[in-house]
Design a protein around this ligand. Structure first.
Ligand code: ARG
Length: 417
């Protein structure tokens, strides 16, 4: 029988999908459950897949690859979607697509399958990545194809003796990996409603008045060492990427750092309310940005913001495997050559701030910056500089604008007057 490789999370949708694909498409289902730091009992999930009827249940540890090839490049790029979302879910999709395709090739499967709905970004990211990497492979998306409600699915599962756990079903849809936790649905669909405390799992309530421990925890200082834009040590000790992210998620999460409440523009044209928990991502982006502040020139830093925005969009929009990405990645790589050094951060309840940074490639020059003795900045040179810098403005003001420059600098007879 021909085979399909299904990305299997162990949840209701993909559990029902094992049986449904077999029935509808007459294919042998191989499941693959990928660990990208989403903390589940993977061998129990694989055992369940076999019980439901998969011919083979694979488990893949994708954590190192996720951090090395997806998270770190996004961190170096400064990729944050719409200024808020560090892109945890979006970054995992091209990795999962790559693994599905590789396994399909290795197993001689004709198709791959995923559990995305027809309304979100994830289906686009999966399908575009899979079609790009392996145009000959067919894509099956059961949840997009079947028209079952949740109750229908439960009935289907009962009828086909599919073991599922739907007791105290949560109203929220949650996706999580090392880089963050994404929560949607339920009351969150009301953009005016404050997210109830129950949606959070990784972060303590940053509201001091709700704190159970008395007195509140003291602030903590941490030092993160970067080499060419990649964090390599915590408090002076070398640390691998996965452990660093796990450690920071726990530590900063314990301070209530990393909660994000975002009205987001989805690729498919709708606005949606998304809540994220991303303690490590928030801390590391802040730290990385601070080190760039010391090591990139003004012009590099300004232009890199343009690239960061584009980079975030291409990740969000499912264009990871594109020539544009290769081009931007080459640029980002070049910018990171001197982004090496140490950033000191203070974590206190509800927020983190950068309090120190140093680098052997620092562009900060104390004798140029100081107002104390030892000042080597040429104050006289400033006069000539100001004259030439302002020359176009003073020229134009005299020739055209002088009678019209009002108190706030706008035209006298503007629409505000
Ligand atoms: N809005 C985010 C994104 O498109 C997160 C999606 C999360 N998915 C979920 N099932 N909760 O990347």
């Amino acid at each position: 029988m021909a085979k399909v490789v299904l990305a299997y999370s162990g949840g209701l949708d993909t559990s029902v999908a094992i049986r449904w694909i077999k029935e509808q498409y007459n294919l042998d289902v191989i499941t693959v459950t990928i660990d990208i730091g989403n903390a589940r009992d993977l061998s129990a999930i694989a055992a369940r897949a076999e019980k439901i009827g998969s011919v083979k249940a694979l488990v893949v540890d994708g954590r190192d690859d996720f951090v090395r090839y997806f998270v770190w490049p996004a961190l170096q790029a400064g990729a944050i979607y719409e200024g808020e979302y560090p892109l945890a879910t979006a970054l995992a999709r091209p990795l999962i697509a790559r693994l599905l395709v590789d396994i399909a090739h290795a197993e001689g499967a004709i198709a791959v399958a995923h559990g995305c709905t027809g309304k979100g970004n994830d289906q686009v990211r999966f399908d575009v990545a899979i079609n790009t990497l392996a145009p000959e492979i067919k894509i099956i998306a059961p949840v997009r194809e079947w028209s079952m409600t949740r109750d229908n699915e439960i009935a289907y599962a009962t009828e086909h003796h599919i073991p599922i756990q739907v007791t105290n079903a949560s109203p929220y849809s949650v996706d999580q990996n090392l880089w963050g936790r994404s929560i949607e649905c339920g009351i969150l669909e009301d953009p005016w409603a404050e997210p109830p405390e129950e949606v959070y799992d990784w972060t303590a309530n940053p509201d001091l008045s709700k704190l159970s421990s008395e007195p509140p925890p003291e602030p903590t200082y941490i030092e993160i060492t970067f080499k060419e834009g990649i964090p390599i040590a915590l408090n002076g000790e070398d640390i691998d990427g996965v452990t660093l992210i796990e450690t920071l998620n726990k530590l900063a999460g314990g301070y209530g750092i990393g909660r994000i409440d975002h009205i987001e523009n989805r690729l498919v044209g709708i606005k949606s309310r998304e809540v994220y928990e991303a303690p490590a991502a928030v801390v590391l982006h802040d730290a990385h940005r601070a080190l760039e502040g010391l090591t990139l020139s003004r012009d590099q830093a300004r232009f890199k913001q343009v690239i960061a925005t584009e980079y975030a969009h291409l990740i969000y929009n499912g264009q990871w495997y594109s020539a544009l990405h290769q081009d931007l990645a080459a640029y980002v790589y070049s910018t990171q050559r001197f982004v090496s050094g140490v950033v000191r951060m203070k974590l206190s309840y509800g927020h983190c701030i950068v309090v120190g940074r140093k680098s052997e490639y620092s562009l900060y020059n104390h004798s140029l910056a100081t107002y104390d003795s030892g000042d080597q900045f040429d104050h006289n040179a400033a006069l000539g500089f100001i004259k030439l810098w302002g020359l176009p403005l003073t020229t134009q003001a005299q020739a055209q604008l002088l009678p019209e420059i009002s108190l706030n600098g706008n035209l006298l007879k503007g629409p505000v007057n």
